[in-house]
Design a protein around this ligand. Structure first.
Ligand code: FAD
Ligand code: FES
Length: 279
């Protein structure tokens, strides 16, 4: 069986059957399926997910505590994500990959800041973090109903060897749960008191833009995972470009000092037809 996995061509869709589904919020759910290759991806890597008869979408790979099991956490938005969200146990999807680079995990005090499904690669980052890391997780959402992964983050942090306690800070825009405001407001306050060794971010691009700006100003190592329209996922079609970088091939993770030279980061992305559009 193992040699079969080793022989697997990452560029051909591998057909998987959804085995269980967990509702995270009224609009977000996690689909679990057996796939030893995706179960083992590095933090930050993604897969191209084929929803038969509908489309193929790039998706981060969620952790599972079951060996050999991979997962996708999907928010119901437009046509394709809703079709993925609406799949049932027993339905099939195709997965290509894993693709993309991974977070470079530094030693010492690290901060993970994310919002919505941007938290998916950050959960895997916790799993891969070093024993030397003291980890703070800043989780943002609009309102209490949309908070998810808090329990998973707690569990992952509990499993880490560490001499100090890790920290989870939940932030909602309307203040219905945790701290009130934007995650970046809380980050700004934290940066006045603590000098982190590294910051990692994934989520809405404006949040990542502010995070990168703040970290760069303080000279803190920062990496952001960019989401773009992706058609091929393998550096051919150009739909995922950020200036002259291709998010699928050169990222999706980029260092903050590199991003600070990219005029499109935080300002523009490309639509399905390739038109540059404001974020
Ligand atoms: C690396 C990466 C990881 C991601 N991880 C997650 C995740 O873990 N969970 C999650 O919910 N979302 C994730 N996304 C976003 C996801 O791929 C879709 O963009 C999002 O679900 C919106 O899809 P939609 O069908 O609702 O699109 P709409 O907003 O309805 O867009 C219209 C149409 O455009 C096309 N389209 C939209 N987005 C993309 C895209 N990124 N690439 C190719 N075609 C697209 C589809 O045909 C879609 O029907 C990720 C994106 C990237 C690039
Ligand atoms: S998605 Fe085609 S080049 Fe990146």
């Amino acid at each position: 069986m193992k040699w079969l996995e080793e022989q697997r061509d990452p560029n051909h869709p591998h057909i998987c059957t959804i085995e269980r589904i967990v509702d995270e919020t009224p609009t977000v759910r996690t689909l679990y399926f057996h796939d030893p290759v995706l179960a083992d991806v590095k933090p930050g890597q993604f897969a191209m997910v084929w929803i038969p008869g509908v489309n193929e979408l790039p998706m981060s790979v969620m952790v599972s505590d079951v060996g050999g099991e991979a997962a996708l956490t999907v928010r119901k938005r437009g046509e394709s994500s809703t079709a993925l969200y609406n799949l049932n146990v027993g339905d099939k999807i195709g997965v290509r990959g894993p693709y993309g680079n991974s977070f470079e995990i530094k030693d010492g005090q690290i901060l993970l800041i994310g919002g919505g499904t941007g938290l998916v690669p950050l959960m895997r980052l916790i799993k891969f973090a070093n024993p030397s890391n003291h980890i703070t997780v800043l989780m943002g959402s609009q309102t209490k109903n949309e908070v998810f992964f808090e329990e998973i983050a707690k569990k992952l942090l509990l499993n880490k060897e560490s001499e100090t306690e890790h920290k989870i800070i939940t932030v909602t825009e309307d203040g219905s749960y945790g701290e009130k405001g934007y995650v970046t407001d809380v980050l700004e306050k934290l940066l006045e008191e603590i000098t982190y060794d590294a910051i990692y971010t994934c989520g809405p691009e404006l949040m990542m833009y502010k995070t990168v700006e703040m970290a760069n100003k303080k000279g803190i190592f920062v990496q952001a995972s960019l989401e773009r329209m992706m058609k091929c996922g393998i550096g051919i079609c150009g739909s995922c470009c950020v200036n002259d970088d291709l998010a699928c091939r050169d990222g999706t993770i980029f260092d903050g000092d590199h991003l600070s030279k990219k005029s499109e980061f935080g300002h523009y992305h490309r639509t399905k037809s390739g038109i540059l559009e404001g974020i």
